[in-house]
Design a protein around this ligand. Sequence first.
Ligand code: FEO
Length: 173
Amino acid sequence: MLSKRIEEMLNDQINYELFSSYLYLSMSAYLSDLNMNGYAHWFHVQAQEEKDHAMILYNYVVSAGGRIKLAAIDGPKTDFEGIREVLEETLEHERDITSRIYNIVEEATSQRDYKTVKALEWFINEQVEEEENAVDNIAKYNMLAEDPKGLYMLDKELQARVYVPSPLLANQA
Ligand code: FEO
């Protein structure tokens, strides 16, 4: 069984992952509007992955005998000052997610809820990748921002990202 506090934190995290999906979809829409179709696609895939993250947590709460309590999802920002701002806000947002995951792990550890700690290990690893991707996107953009041809090629490269459902959800489609 999950303690009330852990159940509440996991429900909050489900909400935050869904908000993340909403935020990245909003960024994708903004980037489509700039005709940066590769960037728009990359963020569309990112939005799908965030929904997966919510569902992995959802499934864990159910399997651990907890109650799911879905709440309203905040509206994301819809306007940005350009690609750089989108990329920088992405890194900031991913760091925020990492810190929220760490808070749950800390609470679960203090409660000796090692089942939840173990379930969140996947998220700790995922966040390393998420932050690396965000840093990488900023670095590449900074390198090519002033070079229209380079930016065009970069946008093409981002178009190649393929959505792969998490193996943790593979049997539940
Ligand atoms: Fe669900 Fe981008 O972390």
